[in-house]
Design a binder for this molecule. Structure first.
Ligand SMILES: C[S@@+](CC[C@H](N)C(=O)[O-])C[C@H]1O[C@@H](n2cnc3c(N)ncnc32)[C@H](O)[C@@H]1O
Length: 311
């Protein structure tokens, strides 16, 4: 995951900074910390009677109470709502504005969002009045924050679903008009397989991602530290893909962690991402804001579209 934490909303910003590297302390509430699930009920710690009363909100009902009940917020709410959560203004992310302008109207269209984090991009999509948004989030805390955002911002075109996007793409038959996959490719344990499954389910996709590029990250570059140096080659659809093994280096010990599902994950080589997308049928690829100096690692945004089917 990117180590970046640019306090500005513009091209190349990683929405999900590696907070532990940024040394942000986060109190995880005991009842909401989602300890590893135990099969044996007797192993589960029993909350004390006082702790149960701590679960009650004593004050005047408000959205702020609900926000404060969940730890780990990264994103801010639109200022008009006068709420305090995280700091990142992703409700007005210019990468998403660019994607929507370049794609054209999503009004009445079926949209897929991968890894909505706290639902701020979902809000941006929702404001364009799509027919429906399926937003798939694997992290339980992120998912709960998304539900809260849905309620507060009244995102009634979106269904947030808790689970792994790979499983959703494998099982779900529907083909979407547009997919948003921002900040997710470089968190995947099998990124090429993810792109392959995604391509079978969407005619257009916006991707913001980090990638590997030797020239951009020389050997002494600090951004190389999370990489083990191991490079695997995977063949997908006849395209050889270089996978660069990487670890979160304990960044996942924080409630605001919003990376992938496994510590062992892989970044793809820049050129392999493009070669695979083309092979998967995306004949029209527009690249925007490539940033080789991004503090989290080289990155770019792209919109990939398939040619419309001949009628
Ligand atoms: C870096 S954040 C990006 C958030 C947002 N999309 C953005 O661009 O700002 C990655 C998000 O993807 C989620 N995620 C990671 N792996 C996933 C998976 N296999 N299935 C669904 N969501 C996943 C994380 O929990 C997190 O919310």
């Amino acid at each position: 995951m990117g180590r970046c934490f640019k306090p500005r909303l513009q091209a190349g910003m990683d929405a999900c900074p590696n907070r532990s590297e940024a040394s942000i302390g986060m109190k995880v509430l005991p009842m909401l910390g989602f300890p590893k699930r135990s099969k044996n009920k007797s192993e589960a710690p029993k909350p004390s009677l006082e702790a149960i009363f701590d679960q009650y909100e004593q004050g005047k009902p408000s959205h702020q109470n609900a926000i404060d009940a969940l730890p780990g917020w990264s994103c801010a709410f639109p200022p008009a709502f006068k709420l305090k959560a995280g700091k990142l203004p992703l409700y007005a992310d210019d990468r998403i504005n660019w994607a929507l302008q370049t794609f054209g109207s999503i009004a009445g269209k079926k949209v897929l969002e991968v890894g909505p984090l706290e639902g701020m991009h979902t809000y941006m999509l929702h404001r364009q009045r799509p027919a429906r948004i399926d937003a798939i989030e694997a992290n339980r805390l992120c998912f709960l924050r998304c539900l809260l955002t849905r309620q507060i911002l009244d995102i009634n075109t979106a269904s947030f679903l808790l689970g792994d996007i790979q499983a959703w793409l494998a099982d779900h038959e529907e083909v979407y008009d547009f997919a948003l996959a921002s900040g997710v490719l470089y968190h995947m344990a099998d990124p090429g397989e993810f792109l392959k499954r995604l391509a079978s389910r969407t005619n257009a996709v916006f991707i913001w991602t980090h990638f590997f590029l030797d020239e951009a990250m020389p050997k002494d570059d600090v951004r190389r530290r999370p990489f083990s140096g191991k490079i695997e080659t995977r063949m997908i659809e006849g395209v050889p893909l270089r996978y660069y093994e990487r670890s979160y280096q304990l960044a996942n010990s924080n409630a605001s962690f919003c990376g992938g599902m496994k510590d062992r994950h892989f970044w793809m080589h820049r050129d392999d991402i493009l070669a695979l997308l083309e092979k998967l049928g995306y004949s029209d690829i527009v690249i925007r804001d490539q940033d080789l100096d991004h503090p989290g690692g080289p990155s770019f945004s792209l919109l990939a579209r398939k040619a419309p089917a001949a009628s």
